[in-house]
Design a binder for this molecule. Structure first.
Ligand code: GLA
Length: 690
């Protein structure tokens, strides 16, 4: 709901539990008023007449109070907007008008030929904010920086910042630390979202998993980005973020051109970190992830089983075993195209390798379909190996700096997707590929960062950073429109491209190349702070885990770990014994039973994975399921009971595993025994209200 004061200068957005208000002063300064629990318009108006503090000339009363701080004037905080023309830099805007369309509020300002429109939209309790910049003047404007939004927190003491950090094979690790004066900056200068930080921060003063206020912000952008959290001199806290890491130039806006920032979404919750996560998940399932109400199938992926050494016959043998254990989608990973027999060649040539698939992919796809499964393939369209037909034909289609060394991470170069000829080539290749065989699913990978992002001959080469992402989005949109039944997974060497932007165009994400079931618990714990299990792909692979650490774990532990998300199997099924295959079949059918709860239910993190017992619980209607893992039992101590969440204390629940009847109040306040023992033990416990 959107309410506007009579004088047209105070705006209040209201969600089911929260409110957000802004106010325009007589001097056209746009001030932040409120973000927190629901308030009335009269409350917002009362806040609007509170005077600004009076400062000596060394501080600005605007700093820490503005909705979208521009560069210039009496401001010392980091600007969200920095614009340069031939004559000057900075912005001095006048308010033009507000426009309201349902819950979508637009506030329009003008500085000469530059029109700046701030967008606000409340979806559930998530405030979506973004900005459009239109150059209506005759001369070009350079956008040095254009953040999507600046968020202002209420005056409190002792803010704590939570973030998700990591690296390849160790993404999404949760960490929290007190915020101190100055700025904490996270982001990526790699051209993609990056394994190092998910574009999300959360701030609280005293929240726990189940209680307390949490402010969260998440950016929807799949290129380089930056979020800066600042505790200003008077202890006010602001969070500003957008596309691009540096302020050295984002885009040149010629006369008549526009730029729309990504969406920066903000959520206030007073349900602790658990409540905040559930609200983020519900928002993404309702508004971000395509077709989120559809179940994601159990998949098999060939990568860890066969790597580059693949053939039609061998994939067919894997497919038959996968089908027998209940897999629903069979995915051929890398190695099916061009001369791709190792990572040294073939990227760019998106036609089946004639030695390996002499009649194309259709015979294998048909075989997989005949086995009752869907068929998927792996691609990495934004890249090229120098040893490829594409590169030999178009060596100038890559990003490069003339006369400089080209970094060939994984023997590959990045295509310059800002070029229209490259966009058109990729569209034709992929459209032809998807039309050539009955392909149901595409795993879209991106396996190196930008390093030499030059564009010789272009008057403003730095635009390729933004234009690459815009071209990627446009390509995905075009492919989805032309092939509406094809489902896409976002991958970037595991979890290197996970954000709300890519999530709005892909159906699930590859969480991490780390498939060790124990490491995964921590990765999944961090991931779940922001993203729902419905998009979190997780595979059961071989033990020992030869890819990573040689850890030995039971099939049960591996399955229960992967069943917390979208279950997949990635082991070499030709090496599994009959007993293992039979056990795997049982786990897959159990997963199918609990899938609606996992993929569409409310998640409660019962205990974090910090060494001993950890557990998550999903609740949907009258049903609930607990997934519990015991890393190590120490000193022979009994394993603690798990206090459950989200149940009705007045109801009774039947445990489908044991047939026992439990009282809701007892499960909530005293807990459930898991019967876990020893090391790396795991259990699935289903409960149904009776
Ligand atoms: C990346 C992905 C893996 C696999 C390989 C194939 O590393 O994350 O899952 O697809 O590429 O080369």
């Amino acid at each position: 709901m959107l309410e506007i004061s009579e004088n047209g200068r105070t705006w209040l957005l209201t969600g089911p539990a929260s409110g957000y208000a802004v106010h325009l002063t007589e001097g056209d300064e746009l001030l932040h008023l409120h973000w927190g629990p629901r308030i009335a318009l009269a409350d917002a108006e009362a806040l609007a007449v509170r005077p600004l503090p009076v400062y000596r000339p060394f501080e600005s009363p605007l700093d820490g109070r503005e909705e979208y701080p521009v560069e210039g004037g009496p401001r010392f905080a980091r600007p969200a907007l920095s614009v340069r023309t031939e004559e000057r830099r900075g912005t001095e805007w006048r308010f033009e008008a507000h426009e309201a369309e349902g819950d979508h509020l637009r506030l329009r300002f003008r500085d000469g030929g530059l029109v700046i429109t701030l967008h606000y939209r409340m979806r559930h309790d998530v405030v979506e904010r973004w900005v459009t910049l239109d150059n209506e003047g005759p001369a070009p404007l350079e956008l040095l920086r254009a953040d999507a939004a600046t968020w202002t927190l209420p005056d409190r003491e002792g803010w704590r910042l939570s973030q998700l950090h990591g690296r390849w094979a160790a993404e999404s690790l949760l960490t929290a630390a007190p915020l101190t004066h100055g700025e904490k900056v996270i982001g990526s200068r790699r051209g993609h979202t990056g394994h190092q930080h998910l574009p999300w921060v959360a701030l609280d003063t005293d929240a726990t998993e189940e209680r307390g206020e949490v402010y969260g912000c998440a950016l929807g952008w799949s290129g380089s980005w930056r979020i800066a959290v600042a505790q200003l001199p008077d202890a006010r806290v602001q969070i500003t973020g957008g596309a691009g890491y540096d302020d050295s130039g984002l885009l040149l806006l010629a006369a008549g051109e526009s730029y729309t920032t990504p969406v920066f979404a903000g959520l206030w919750s007073d349900g602790g970190f658990g409540g905040a996560s559930r609200a983020w998940h519900a928002y993404q399932r309702a508004y971000v992830v395509p077709d989120a109400d559809r179940d994601r199938p159990v998949l098999f992926n060939s990568w860890e089983a066969t790597e580059f050494d693949i053939s039609e016959e061998q994939q067919g043998a894997l497919a038959r075993r996968a089908a027998a254990i209940g897999v629903e989608l069979f995915v051929v990973d890398d190695g099916w195209f061009g001369r791709r027999t190792s990572d040294r060649a073939g990227l760019g040539d998106w036609t089946p390798n004639p030695d390996r698939f002499p009649k194309g992919l259709a015979p294998l796809a048909d075989h997989v379909h005949a086995l009752g499964m869907q068929f998927g393939i792996w691609v990495e369209p934004e890249m090229v190996n120098p040893d490829s037909d594409l590169y030999r034909a178009h060596p100038d289609w890559v990003q490069y700096q003339p006369g400089r060394t080209r970094t060939e991470f994984r023997n590959q170069l990045v295509l310059n997707l800002a070029r229209e000829d490259v966009q058109e080539y990729l569209w034709r290749q992929l459209d032809t590929l998807l039309s050539s065989a009955p392909i149901d699913y595409v795993k879209w990978d991106f396996n190196r960062c930008f390093t030499d992002a030059g564009w010789p001959g272009d008057p403003y080469p730095q635009r390729l950073w933004v234009d690459h992402v815009r071209a990627l989005y446009a390509l995905l949109d075009r492919l989805r429109a032309a092939h509406p039944d094809v489902v896409f997974e976002s991958c970037s060497g595991g979890g290197g491209r996970i954000d709300l932007g890519i999530m709005s165009r892909t159906d699930q994400v590859w969480t991490s190349d780390n498939t060790d079931p124990l490491d995964r618990l921590a990765i999944q714990h961090g991931f779940s702070q922001i993203h729902p299990a419905r998009v979190m792909a997780a595979w059961v692979t071989d033990s020992p885990n030869t890819q990573l650490n040689d850890r030995v774990s039971s099939l049960g532990f591996r399955f229960v770990s992967a069943m917390a998300g979208v279950l997949g199997v990635g082991g070499d099924l030709t090496q599994w014994t009959e007993e293992e295959l039979a056990e795997a079949g049982d786990w897959v059918s159990l997963y199918k039973e609990i899938r609606p709860l996992v993929q569409h239910g409310d998640l409660h993190r019962l205990r974090p994975p910090t060494g001993g017992l950890s557990a998550v619980q999903y609740v949907r209607g009258d049903e609930s399921v607990v997934l519990a893992w015991l890393q190590a039992q120490s000193y022979g101590e009994p394993v603690p009971a798990l206090r459950l969440r989200g149940l009705d204390p007045t109801a009774s629940y039947e445990c489908l595993e044991t047939g026992e009847i439990h009282r809701g109040a007892v499960l909530l306040h005293h807990g459930l025994d898991t019967a876990l023992r020893g090391d790396l033990d795991a259990a699935v416990i289903r409960l149904r209200r009776i």
